[in-house]
Design a protein around this ligand. Structure first.
Ligand SMILES: Cc1ncc(COP(=O)(O)O)c(C=O)c1O
Length: 343
């Protein structure tokens, strides 16, 4: 099967496996793992922050960050279909006691006025105050959409004026930076904390980093331990991360080119795709005009030999390009998806 369900389905390449096998390791919980330390230093510099912390998953990175920024009863503002609100099992309520307020977005993005209105204090002394804003770039449920830098800057500025702490769920931040042709730090350094995931487009088996100031990351270490995420010879995994930063960042542009090629071929064949929304490695297909149910469409596609996946939008399915999707796969997938959905 040509597996376009997600960029999380990648398996480590031979080169990555060799790097993992050769990793120097130590007790990470005692901060003695040289490979973890090297990865943390490298990611901190890449994202324009003082420090970074190695964690098993991006979910844990988001959860720890949001816990650092708010106290129980504080309000977290985020776009209503963002990963932290819809796919983390209410972790911010469970772990941090935060109330959440989802704001309607456009392409996963919020406007400065929305943030200002949502964070404005009421006249009551005991009002529930927004203290944290979390943004997502690229935005998963919007279909891998990227925040234009001027829009991002305007929202960040509004949040700063309002005194909000700012978190970026940058699980796919390197896709955003690649699409915009900017250094990742141009985006990431605007935030107090940033999540970067290694197990998506970067092709690692697992791992994520949380970047921020020394002060915040010092506190994050305690949370990491509390979450059960303080590991031992974790350099085995971190070595995959260092390898990915050397070998898999430049090639993210290939994933974007392939997604565009797939989208254009399907669009030309009559499959309902909004080409303007294809900005990185996701292609979203709206089944509504075809009168096809989502589950049926996905089952038929799988039978034809191509895996796509559901999204939060009931009539929308998606194809995601990644490290293990070739040009030939894209040519085959374009044909198979077109034939199956338009039959
Ligand atoms: C935007 C975003 N943030 C965070 C995550 C969480 O990653 P993980 O499931 O590896 O913890 C994902 C996973 O798909 C994601 O798309």
């Amino acid at each position: 099967m040509i597996d376009l369900r997600s960029d999380t389905v990648t398996t480590p390449t031979e080169g990555m496996r060799a790097a993992i096998a050769a990793a120097a390791v130590g007790d990470e919980q005692k901060r003695e793992d040289p490979t973890v330390t090297a990865l943390q230093d490298r990611v901190a510099a890449l994202l324009g922050h003082e420090a970074a912390l190695f964690l098993p998953t991006a979910t844990m990175a988001n959860q720890i960050a949001l816990k650092l920024h708010g106290r129980p009863g504080d309000v977290l503002l985020a776009e209503e279909t963002s990963h932290v609100l819809v796919y983390e099992y209410g972790g911010v309520a469970a772990h941090a006691g935060l109330l959440t307020r989802g704001l309607p977005g456009e392409g996963g993005r919020l406007r400065a006025e929305q943030v200002r209105a949502a964070a404005a204090p009421s006249t009551k002394a005991a009002d529930q105050r927004a203290t944290v804003l979390s943004l997502e770039d690229t935005h998963n449920n919007a279909g891998g959409r990227v925040w234009p830098l001027d829009e991002l800057d305007a929202v960040v500025e509004a949040a700063r004026e309002l005194g909000l702490a700012l978190h970026l769920d940058g699980a796919r931040l390197l896709n955003a930076a690649t699409a915009q042709g900017v250094e990742p730090a141009r985006i990431a350094s605007r935030f107090d904390t940033v999540t970067l995931c290694l197990s998506k487009g970067l092709g690692c088996p697992l791992g994520a980093l949380l970047a921020g100031s020394e002060e915040l990351l010092g506190r994050a270490w305690r949370e990491k331990h509390l979450f059960g995420g303080a590991m031992r010879q974790a350099g085995i995994v971190a070595a995959g991360g260092l390898y990915a930063l050397d070998h898999h960042v430049g090639r993210l542009a290939d994933d974007h080119v392939r997604a565009r090629r797939l989208a254009e071929a399907l669009h030309a064949a009559g499959v309902p795709i909004d080409l303007e929304r294809v900005e990185t490695n996701f292609v979203q297909i709206d089944l509504a005009p075809l009168g096809l149910g989502r589950d049926e469409a996905l089952a038929r596609l799988r039978e034809a030999g191509v895996g796509l996946s559901a999204t939060i939008h009931p009539t929308v399915i998606r194809a995601v390009t990644h490290l293990q999707v070739s040009d030939a796969d894209i040519a085959d997938a374009s044909r198979l998806i077109g034939e199956t959905l338009l039959a």
